[in-house]
Design a protein around this ligand. Structure first.
Ligand code: GLC
Length: 542
């Protein structure tokens, strides 16, 4: 099937916008929809196909917008519904699709439904929309079970009348009870609300958590190898089938992408069956260390399991929850981890940047769809020295100030100029960016890199434009090649179709260029016709 006749999402390059850190239009130091509208030409010129926006909904911002108080309106810090509608129209006019985030596992503790549940008495029907339970122990002062919040501490908080409610994340994020028909109906209304406004899809936050084991068993009583009772329960698939049926009634070919931190590839691809989600983030690829054998295993497993359900793979290097890969790839341990010390290990940024350039060519050459997290095209590193008193991620507080959390990958982007805020906010802004930008980012601004051939930005632009013009890239299959010489064990070398090949050298030795027609792109200059360590090339075959 040719590029133009297959569904757009099978090989789209989707750029993640984290709205509060992308571009500030109104000068309050927080990014917003109008700031994003002004930067749409930049995104079009970059060569992406679609934008995924982290939440822009009304929120008290206990978890940077992943605590939603109104799913059908825009937070005033980000703008208004009218701004959002104008943004959608402008993006579409530039041929950019828009995927919005939907957060169905939990809402904000300020959501009207949770406020009503709190105002009602224990046992009242309003409480059935959430997971309210009496406590254990003689006075009910022990949580109903031993589940832990992903942000630290117990997953239960007690309210004044003695009941406890479940929150797998912060206490300000009560979990919805998806066994309740009103919860299902309300989310279907939300899906239609945004589909009616023309969105091209949804990124589903913690998609595997919606359904809980209704017995709420203590985790400690279960076989450690068993599926956790708060996630990946069979009933969740039925929800996504009903969502898919709704999306399929709209003309825009709206797509779902699930956030699924599921280590088991078979369990993962169950979400991607033809009547469920279209795609899911490939976190196995994101987490993979800088090692050729490890990458090859992840790539093979990804392609093999996705083929079983006919879903395209996705290739993800970074997002708003993980240490930026320029930093990750420059460390002694190059894999991803959520462990608290993962936020603080030192890195060789020159090495990490070289590898990130090669990783860009790898991920954009693999079959399927790819994600770019804002700032990755500028080669931004993780900011690891944010002053403790400025940290905002709830993980910092909830971990008892042991886990610095995810703010280091959320620092506002540098756009232009040599002085802070580097064009993130307008010149007349009244406030500093909500997180401080490092001095070194003057050299990494989009303006500083534009037109400079060796820059990360120009590498992404050329790669993304080639991806559009090379007929063998995007959806399809991959064939591994050998013949990359003596260092072949540290090399990833594959063909796409008959005309295109990608070689990534993860070894410590230069690798001779294999026979080819001509060199399309190199992440770093060749060394005497050899591919340097930690670099990649795209080749046109004869
Ligand atoms: C997802 C989001 C993350 C958020 C969490 C709770 O993992 O990506 O940012 O904190 O869900 O909503």
């Amino acid at each position: 099937m040719s590029r133009h006749s297959r569904p757009w999402w099978r090989d789209a390059v989707i750029y993640q916008v984290y709205p509060r850190s992308f571009a500030d239009g109104d000068g309050d130091g927080i990014g917003d929809v109008n700031g994003l509208r002004d930067r749409l030409p930049y995104l079009r010129d970059l060569g992406i196909d679609a934008i995924w926006l982290s939440p822009w909904y009304v929120s008290p911002m206990a978890d940077a917008g992943y605590d939603v108080a109104d799913y059908r309106d825009i937070d005033p810090r980000f703008g208004s519904l009218a701004h959002a509608e104008a943004f959608l129209a402008e993006a579409h006019a530039l041929d950019l699709r828009v995927i919005v985030d939907i957060v169905p596992n939990h809402c904000s503790d300020r959501h009207p439904a949770f406020a009503a549940a709190l105002a009602a008495a224990p046992g009242a029907p309003e409480r059935d929309l959430f997971w309210f339970r009496p406590g254990r122990g003689e006075h009910g002062d022990q949580p109903p079970n031993d589940w832990r919040s992903h942000f630290g501490g117990p997953a239960w908080t007690r309210v004044d009348d003695g009941d406890w409610y479940l929150h797998m994340f912060a206490p300000e994020q009560p979990d919805w009870n998806w066994d309740h028909p009103a919860v299902r109906a309300d989310f279907e209304t939300t899906l239609r609300f945004w589909l009616d406004r023309g969105v091209d899809g949804f990124r589903i936050d913690v998609a595997d958590h919606l359904v809980k084991d209704p017995a709420l068993p203590d985790q400690s009583t279960l076989d450690p190898a068993a599926i956790r009772p708060w996630r990946d329960q069979d009933g969740v698939h039925e929800i996504f089938r009903s969502w898919r049926a709704i999306a399929d009634t709209y003309p825009q070919q709206a797509v779902f992408v699930g956030e699924l931190w599921e280590p088991n590839a078979d369990r993962f691809t169950r979400y991607l069956r033809p009547d469920e989600l279209h795609t899911g983030f490939n976190f196995a690829f994101l987490a993979c260390p800088w090692d050729a054998l490890a990458f090859r295993a992840v790539i093979d497993e990804t392609l093999g399991t996705h083929a079983l359900v006919g879903a395209p793979a996705t290739w993800v290097l970074s997002n708003h929850d993980v240490v930026r890969h320029v930093t990750r790839y420059g460390r002694a341990d190059t894999s991803h981890s959520f462990a608290p010390d993962a936020m603080t290990q030192t890195a060789d940024l020159a090495l990490g940047t070289r590898r990130a350039r090669a990783a860009a060519l790898l991920s954009l050459a693999l079959p399927g769809s790819a994600y770019v997290y804002q700032g990755e095209e500028l080669g931004l590193p993780e900011v690891q020295d944010i002053a403790a008193e400025l940290l905002q991620d709830p993980r910092w507080l909830r971990s008892g100030f042991t886990d610095r959390g995810r703010d280091g990958c959320r620092v506002p982007l540098p756009w232009s100029g040599t002085a802070k805020p580097y064009g993130f906010s307008p010149d007349w802004a009244t406030a500093d960016p909500w997180l401080p930008q490092p001095e070194a980012w003057a050299a990494l601004s989009a303006q500083a890199q534009a037109g400079s051939r060796p820059s990360m930005l120009e590498l992404y632009r050329r790669a993304l434009h080639l991806r559009r013009t090379e007929p063998d890239l995007g959806d399809g299959t991959l064939t591994w090649l050998d013949g990359a010489g003596p260092a072949a064990h540290g090399v990833l070398y594959f063909r796409r179709g008959d005309g295109f090949a990608c070689l990534v050298n993860l070894s410590a030795e230069p690798v001779p260029l294999p026979p080819h027609g001509y060199l399309l792109l190199a992440s770093d200059p060749l060394q005497e016709l050899k591919v340097a360590p930690d670099s990649a090339v795209w080749l046109r075959l004869v």
